[in-house]
Design a protein around this ligand. Structure first.
Ligand code: GLC
Ligand code: GLC
Length: 643
């Protein structure tokens, strides 16, 4: 009731304000109004929960409707057409046709303007979801790989301009490729205009951040907080000399956490987000979602208000730019990860649990933890799906649930220690060549950096020069890739991995990067290696063509739509198995995580009667399964059963 009343008060005033513009597009205005009326009760409820106690709450509401109208009026005809089109296919991102990739513009093509020259390359790979790592204006020195944003409306001048971004998004869209960009909304750079105003003592902008005159409150908060980058700095607060105050900085000292308890911050960030949506962004990757709300006495991660805030951003987008969806970046306990996945929050989410446990299974050659965790913790709401990846620009953290490890007889702490030792190549016989990231001596925590190929043993094998080891590494890589292509959700390829790039240690010579080992896997594109992709004798060629084949194949298998994955008990400790079903098609995927052949009893496959014909879609083979299915070392099969 309150919600309806407030809208009834606000709308006529807005109609009067924009009378001329609205008269020109009565039908479109009606569409906007319908969306507003539909989403309003939720937006109102969310905002009321966050800011309802403030004396000027009505003003907050009014300002948001004003912002929504302005942003909608600014939205191009082309993007409004996309909104209409997507209204008819709202679940486009659940399709088996969607395959993703991610890149850094500066490392890939140097300039934004040159990226469109590579559209043909993306199309060869079958990519239609393209995430560009943050490319906004940033401080010159360290800027956390673009995650310290100085201005959301300006592109880093070394890379290009906002006009070029808009042109690129249009060019991509014409080719059926959706543009994905980060919404870095937990913090800004300390060089952002708001931070500069705060430093100059402007109290309005000081309220945009969490600032404190002395250590009293920071000390109380600190007791429960986790250090994200402990080797760079300890504690979550930074003294700002100019302001003479402490500032909350969860990540680096130059990344100032925004204060969402202030409704003005929500409004201001919503304005930045809608500005970018109007440049043609179709998916926002919501960065560091877990950290956006602080509460004394807690670890200030995954607070209920974080979800309310995301829901409010989501409602605004559904009103103004309804084709836009969100992807969550929550690298936290698996039960917390799924809390961000909802049609009213993020329709997509990274799947850090699958990612970490694939590496876990590769190291141990056993799938019990992977199977257990996937069986118990990968359920997500209808209309949402995972983004499955093997590696991204960040480190790998072992974020499995301790309870799951214990349930399968594994000591979680000891196991994480083993995995870190293994993946940094210090375990006898380990094939991995990862690099330690952010060791915390207080609790022994460590994460790992490294490219897909180096972690999977290719770097080590090439150095040994042993063809057998090389072959094993290639198989491991292809095994992992076949899983993200079939496991349910959008497979996300970190570009460079399609041809098997190795760790690049040159970051150590750059003082702005040397302290952050994640740069070891953020490599510059070696375009000179392009010729290797044409030479069928090279490993690059093999990786590349396998990748192309895999995405093509995935797109031909309707059972790979949607997110659901049913883990099956393969009866073999080295073989991970799951079924994917859509309408009448059922595919059983089996993956051998050991280097030795594994025979599976066909009677075992619940869906396989002995004597039925089985096609292995992955290898294009017909199998006669009178008794057994044989899986060579590190091989997967995608089995479709026909009777
Ligand atoms: C996200 C990014 C990471 C960055 C952090 C702070 O986790 O993926 O690269 O360091 O946020 O913005
Ligand atoms: C932590 C954070 C995550 C961030 C990462 C960067 O895992 O939870 O958001 O991406 O650190 O290393």
């Amino acid at each position: 009731m309150q919600a309806r009343k407030s809208l009834d008060r606000i709308l006529p005033a807005m109609e009067a304000k924009f009378e001329v513009a609205l008269a020109r597009q009565p039908e479109q205005w009606n569409g906007f109004k319908q969306r507003l009326e539909r989403a309003w009760p939720r937006l109102f409820r969310d905002l009321h929960a966050l800011y309802g106690w403030q004396y000027d709450f009505f003003y907050t509401l009014e300002q948001l409707v004003l912002l929504a109208m302005r942003a909608w009026l600014d939205r191009s005809a082309e993007l409004r057409d996309l909104d209409t089109e997507r209204a008819a296919t709202p679940h486009w991102f659940l399709s088996e046709q969607v395959c993703g990739a991610v890149l850094y513009v500066d490392l890939f093509s140097e300039k934004l303007a040159r990226l469109s020259d590579h559209i043909a390359y993306f199309k060869t790979l079958g990519i239609n979801y393209l995430h560009l790592m943050p490319l906004f204006a940033v401080p010159k020195a360290d800027n956390d790989g673009g995650y310290a944003v100085s201005d959301y409306r300006a592109i880093n001048p070394d890379v290009g301009t906002m006009e070029e971004l808009a042109a690129l998004s249009a060019a991509l869209r014409r080719e059926g490729i959706s543009l994905v960009l980060d919404f870095v909304f937990n913090h800004t750079a300390d060089e952002h205009y708001w931070a500069r105003k705060a430093k100059a003592g402007d109290s309005e902008y000081m309220n945009y951040y969490w600032t404190f005159p002395d250590r009293t409150l920071p000390d109380q908060f600190q007791r429960h907080l986790r250090d994200i980058f402990p080797t760079v700095r300890r504690g979550s607060f930074t003294w700002c000399e100019e302001m003479g105050r402490w500032v909350w900085t969860t990540f680096n000292s130059f990344q100032w956490d925004l204060n969402y308890a202030n409704p003005e911050v929500f409004r201001a960030m919503a304005e930045e987000m809608l500005f970018l949506a109007n440049k043609g962004v179709e998916v926002f990757r919501l960065d560091a979602v877990a950290f956006i709300w602080k509460r004394m006495g807690t670890d200030c991660e995954n607070q209920p208000e974080a979800h309310t805030l995301i829901s409010a951003f989501n409602a605004l987008v559904q009103i103004v730019a309804p084709s836009v969806i969100f992807k969550s970046e929550a690298i936290v306990h698996p039960d917390e990860v799924v809390e961000y996945i909802h049609p009213h929050q993020c329709q997509l989410s990274y799947n850090p649990l699958l990612m970490a446990l694939l590496w876990e299974a590769l190291a141990t050659r056993e799938v019990k933890l992977l199977a257990y965790a996937m069986r118990h913790r990968s359920r997500i709401p209808e209309g949402c799906t995972w983004v499955n990846y093997l590696r991204c620009h960040d480190d790998i953290g072992w974020t499995f649930a301790d309870e799951d490890a214990r349930a399968v007889g594994i000591d979680p702490g000891g196991h994480r220690h083993f995995l870190n030792t293994f993946y940094t190549g210090r375990f006898p016989g380990a094939f991995a060549r990862g690099v330690p990231f952010q060791f915390n001596p207080d609790n022994g925590d460590l994460r790992v950096s490294g490219t897909l190929s180096s972690l999977a043993g290719l770097e080590d094998a090439l150095e040994k020069g042993d063809p057998e080891w090389i072959e094993l590494a290639v198989r491991r890589i292809n095994l992992l890739r076949s899983i993200i292509a079939s496991a349910g959700g959008i497979p996300l390829l970190y570009l460079g991995d399609e041809w098997g790039m190795l760790n690049d240690y040159t970051f150590l010579t750059d003082p702005a990067k040397a302290g952050d080992s994640r740069w070891v896997h953020r490599c510059k594109r070696r375009w000179e290696a392009r010729k290797d992709l044409e030479d069928s004798d090279t490993l690059e060629w093999r990786f590349f063509h396998e990748m192309v084949k895999l995405f093509k194949l995935r797109k031909s298998i309707p059972a790979f739509r949607n997110g659901g994955l049913e883990v099956i008990d393969t009866g073999n400790p080295h073989v991970f198995g799951y079924t994917r079903t859509q309408d009448s098609q059922k595919v059983v995927v089996v993956c051998n995580f050991s280097e030795y052949d594994q025979a599976l009893d066909a009677g075992w496959l619940p869906t396989l009667g002995a004597g039925s014909t089985v096609s292995d879609l992955l290898h294009g083979e017909q199998l006669k399964t009178a008794h057994t299915v044989v899986l060579e070392g590190y091989r997967a099969r995608w089995l479709e059963i026909s009777r």
